[in-house]
Design a protein around this ligand. Structure first.
Ligand code: NDP
Length: 479
């Protein structure tokens, strides 16, 4: 091992990336004092992340996938998929379940955390996890996917979680017998509309042009759903409400050249996605829209040698699950080639074992939190001058499930300033109705029976801690 670690490379400029990277940048002797080492750290767990992990592991390297705040990625929010290789029709969440089973079986390690900060300025690369630890990555695959695009119009922020949402899988059950609209004309708009049909009374897809962009086959599916209408040539000007919830959308009829308000109680956004690359700003080259730029031929190389990207973070052209999986395979192979180039063989990887990032330790079972199921229980819970923090969730909501362990950890660590409870909205429908829960996850903070703050989005551990500290100090910023 010592011999391997003392192995110094000649000072040759690597063709992999920027000219300031030389072979001496990857001096294996720096690993001597390093801990928490991962050979191939994959950030994100959509199809590209899984496949990158699978190929890295099968290549003999230690591969860890940080699952992020939506394990399984966007496919977990879709329903039937008809264009996944080898499957006539399969549910999106089932694809992701199978991929994870395959990865686990092959020895890929999955950790239910997000990466909050990266430092690619020197090797090994530093990744800061949502549990506050620093990982030393010998190579990295960025597979953080994309998140829903927002309209950026008046009323959108005010009513976010109070009638405006981008997750039909999570929130459709809150719109039983209601009239709702879906904004967008792509495959996602069709998906969201269909996901709403078991619940809503009437669903109108609002398309800004005179035709939809969705695949003809997807549009064909709409014909078998009598509750769904498509209205063309309408642009959304603003979202209107009564201060507590959405009551309608103001639309501009392009053909008639006039504005009008369409009453609705739910606005489901399906207007495309933007790459989840904020955490990599200033670390790798990106284009003006935040997509990571590929730098070397047909590989998945970024501007930093040993850091690769795959899937929706770098693909503005195809954005298909199958293509993402394929680019994940390429990124996994690229990572193996890189590690081989700098001298990390499977044998050396084996020797580093003692100073590995120990995934099993990090997966220790989270502490549990009191579960509230009735209105009476809830009433007594929020009495008193100590902060009372409640997390509303459902088992079918992927981001809710991801947030629960972080919530439980914060509950344990902050029990001196607040008490905590969770509410499964499926077990406590009356309570959810009474509190106007129309989007999950939803975090509410009370003191002396009064609502202090409400957060209508998934939150990381750091965000939860910051929110609770703000509430405790009386400086909360509700969202
Ligand atoms: P797309 O980019 O394909 O479509 C976005 C839609 O939103 C377009 O119709 C666009 O209109 C519209 N839009 C954008 N901005 C606005 C705005 N400000 N106001 C109103 N409408 C707006 O995104 P999707 O999320 O639908 O799909 C992304 C990718 O994922 C695609 O490649 C798709 O094939 C894939 N996908 C596949 C599925 C499946 O196979 N089951 C399911 C879901 C997605 P315009 O057309 O005028 O630009």
């Amino acid at each position: 091992m010592k011999k391997c670690l003392m192995y110094l490379f000649p000072l040759l400029c690597l063709s992999l990336g920027g000219c300031f990277w030389t072979r001496s940048s990857f001096d294996l002797s720096t690993l001597k004092n390093a801990n928490n080492i991962i050979d191939v750290a994959v950030i994100g767990s959509g199809p590209s992340g899984h496949l990158a992990g699978i190929y890295a592991k099968r290549g003999g390297m230690h591969a860890v996938v940080f699952e992020g705040d939506m394990p399984g990625g966007l496919l977990t929010q879709t329903s039937m998929v008809e264009n996944w290789p080898g499957e006539v029709a399969i549910l999106g969440p089932d694809i992701m379940k199978k991929l994870k089973e395959q990865g686990e079986k092959l020895g890929v390690e999955y950790i239910p955390q997000t990466i909050e900060k990266v430092d690619f300025s020197s090797w090994p690369y530093k990744l800061e996890t949502s549990a506050g630890e620093t990982v030393q990555a010998l190579s990295v695959v960025i597979a953080t996917g994309a998140g829903p695009r927002r309209l950026k119009i008046c009323g959108e922020d005010q009513y976010w979680g109070l009638g405006v949402t981008s997750c039909a899988v999570c929130d459709a059950p809150f719109y039983k017998d209601e009239e709702v609209v879906v904004i967008g004309g792509g495959d996602s708009a069709v998906e969201e509309a269909i996901q709403l049909t078991p619940y809503a009374k009437k669903i109108t897809i609002l398309v800004r042009k005179d035709k939809m962009r969705a695949a003809p086959r997807m549009q064909e599916h709409l014909k078998s759903h009598s509750k769904i209408n498509v209205r063309y040539d309408v642009e959304v000007n603003k979202i209107v409400g009564d201060d507590t919830k959405v009551t309608g959308v103001e639309l501009f009829d392009v053909k008639k050249d006039k504005n009008f308000v369409m009453p609705t109680s739910g606005v489901f956004l399906a207007i495309g996605h933007i790459p989840n690359t904020k955490v990599f700003t200033g670390q790798v080259k990106m284009d003006a829209d935040g997509f990571i730029v590929m730098t070397k031929g047909r590989t998945q190389s970024t501007s930093v040698p040993g850091v690769f990207a795959a899937g929706d973070v770098e693909d503005r052209e195809y954005r298909q699950a199958g293509v993402a999986a394929g680019s994940g395979i390429k990124a996994g192979l690229d990572a193996l080639n890189f590690l081989n180039d700098i001298g990390i063989t499977p044998a050396i990887s084996e020797e580093i074992n003692a100073r590995r990032f120990h995934v099993e330790e990090k997966k220790e079972k989270s502490p549990d939190v009191e579960a509230i199921t009735s209105l009476e229980q809830f009433k007594s819970f929020k009495e008193g001058d100590k902060l009372a923090v409640v997390d509303f969730y459902a088992d079918y909501c992927p981001s809710c499930i991801q947030m629960l362990p972080a919530f439980a950890e914060v509950a344990q660590e902050s029990q001196d300033i607040a008490h905590f409870a969770k509410v499964n909205v499926e077990d406590a429908e009356d309570l959810a109705d009474q509190l106007f829960i129309s989007s999950i996850p939803c975090l509410m903070v009370f003191r002396n029976n009064e609502l202090v703050a409400r957060y209508n989005q998934a939150m990381t551990k750091q965000e939860l801690v910051a929110a609770i500290n703000q509430c405790a100090s009386g400086t909360s910023e509700q969202s």
